[in-house]
Write a protein of this length. Structure first.
Length: 160
C-alpha cells in the first residue's frame, strides 16, 4: 500500500530539489521499494527524456540543413568551418540514431520540422533572403546524412 505522506514528501522534493529527487528515486528503484516511488513524476521525466532525444535530433538536423543551404547557395563563401560543421552534425545525428535506433523512423518528419530552423540559420548567416531558398527542404534524409553529399557545384574541398 502506498504511503501518502512519503508520496507527498517526494513530490515536494521533486519541485524543490530535482537532483536530490532523482537520487532518491534511483535508490528506491535499486532497493525495489516500489510503493515509495513518485510514479507520476517518474512517468513525466521518462517521457521528457524521449522528447529530448527527438528535440536534439531536430536541432542537429536544423544546423546541418542550414549549412547545406549555405554551401549550396553561397558557394563562393565555402569554408573549412562550414565543412567541419556539416561533418560534425552528420556524425552527431548518426550517433543519436545509433544509440536510439527508434529515432530512425522519425527522421523524415524531423527533417521537415528542422528545415525551418535550417532556413532561418541560412538567412541569418548569409546575405540572402528567404525567397532565395526553396520553401520546402530540397534534400532527402538519405542525402542529408550521406557523408559524400554536398549540394551545388562540386569543388575540391578534401584538401582542406
Amino acid at each position: 500500500m502506498e504511503n501518502p505522506c512519503v508520496t507527498d514528501e517526494l513530490s515536494t522534493l521533486y519541485e524543490s530539489d530535482f537532483y536530490a529527487w532523482t537520487q532518491q528515486q534511483a535508490k528506491l528503484l535499486q532497493e525495489e521499494k516500489w510503493s515509495y516511488l513518485d510514479v507520476p513524476n517518474l512517468v513525466e521525466e521518462i517521457e521528457s527524456l524521449g522528447r529530448q532525444e527527438r528535440r536534439e535530433q531536430r536541432n542537429r538536423l536544423g544546423i546541418l540543413i542550414g549549412h547545406l543551404l549555405k554551401w549550396q547557395f553561397q558557394p563562393e563563401n565555402r569554408s573549412k568551418s562550414w565543412l567541419a560543421t556539416i561533418r560534425e552534425q552528420r556524425k552527431q545525428v548518426l550517433d543519436l540514431i545509433d544509440e536510439s535506433p527508434s529515432l530512425q523512423p522519425y527522421l523524415p518528419e524531423a527533417l521537415i520540422k528542422a528545415y525551418e530552423s535550417g532556413l532561418n540559420l541560412a538567412v541569418c548567416e548569409t546575405s540572402l533572403n528567404y525567397k532565395a531558398f526553396p520553401s520546402d527542404c530540397p534534400y532527402s534524409s538519405e542525402q542529408v546524412l550521406d557523408a559524400e553529399f554536398f549540394p551545388g557545384e562540386v569543388q575540391e574541398f578534401n584538401a582542406w
